[in-house]
Design a protein around this ligand. Structure first.
Ligand code: SF4
Length: 229
């Protein structure tokens, strides 16, 4: 049974390694939350480099979200093809833009800053292709609301720390961690987890020797007993 243990020790150790909690929120904030929402759609099932190229292509080809919303779908597919899911993503982006325009009368999500957080999550997750992780990214980075997005890296690390059961899906883990971790640490801790997962604690390769998280990590303890990695 998963138990969220040694929270302070683990978050402190990650902060000592990567230091994202000390960085100002403005470093990661999009003035227009819709920009980050579209960027996050582009990031689904691809890496940051390809996501960023696709986003750059998109912003260079279309001067506004209105132009993107009204773009020829086949052309839009070509513009962002590098990000993969070349049928789903363009359609999803245009559907999201149409919904935002219909709801707010413009291509902006700035007014979400005046909403209560449960309503924000309810609205964003009602959009096509937007789940609780994507919503949480916009909430915590762009709307200054307490949310802890759980992606593939945080899912993996949570399982290694025993914070999640082996077959537990990310949205369930996210609900648990949002209830158990200190809200004021969400943003920086999320980024620290990502840095660790992308750096030394990958899915197939992990460098447990010398990892300061090993005392609280089931895999790290196993490896130190068996002397591998
Ligand atoms: S001890 Fe190994 S598996 Fe555990 S967090 Fe560190 S690198 Fe990852």
């Amino acid at each position: 049974m998963a138990r969220v243990h040694h929270v302070k020790e683990i978050l402190d150790a990650l902060e000592a390694l990567y230091g994202y909690e000390a960085r100002p929120a403005s470093d990661f904030r999009y003035e227009e939350p819709l920009d980050d929402l579209i960027l996050t759609i582009l990031s689904q099932n691809t890496n940051d480099r390809l996501r960023d190229i696709a986003y750059k292509n998109l912003r260079e080809r279309y001067k506004s979200w209105e132009e993107t919303a009204n773009a020829d779908l086949e052309e839009l597919k070509e513009v962002i093809r590098i990000a993969g899911m070349s049928n789903a993503k363009p359609l999803r982006i245009q559907q999201v833009l149409a919904d935002v325009r219909g709801r707010f009368g413009c291509y902006s999500l700035k007014s979400l800053r005046e909403w209560k957080q449960p309503e924000v999550r309810g609205y964003l997750t009602s959009l096509p292709g937007i789940g609780s992780k994507t919503s949480a990214i916009v909430e915590v980075f762009d709307l200054d609301m307490p949310a802890f997005p759980v992606d593939t890296h945080i899912t993996r690390l949570s399982k290694r720390f025993g914070w999640a059961d082996e077959k537990e899906p990310p949205d369930k883990i996210q609900s648990r961690l949002e209830a158990k971790l200190p809200k004021e640490r969400f943003r920086g801790a999320h980024l620290n987890f990502l840095a660790h997962g992308r750096g030394i604690c990958g899915a197939r390769t992990f460098s447990c020797a010398g990892c300061t998280l090993a005392p609280w990590c089931a895999l790290g303890k196993k490896v130190s007993v068996h002397g591998a990695a």
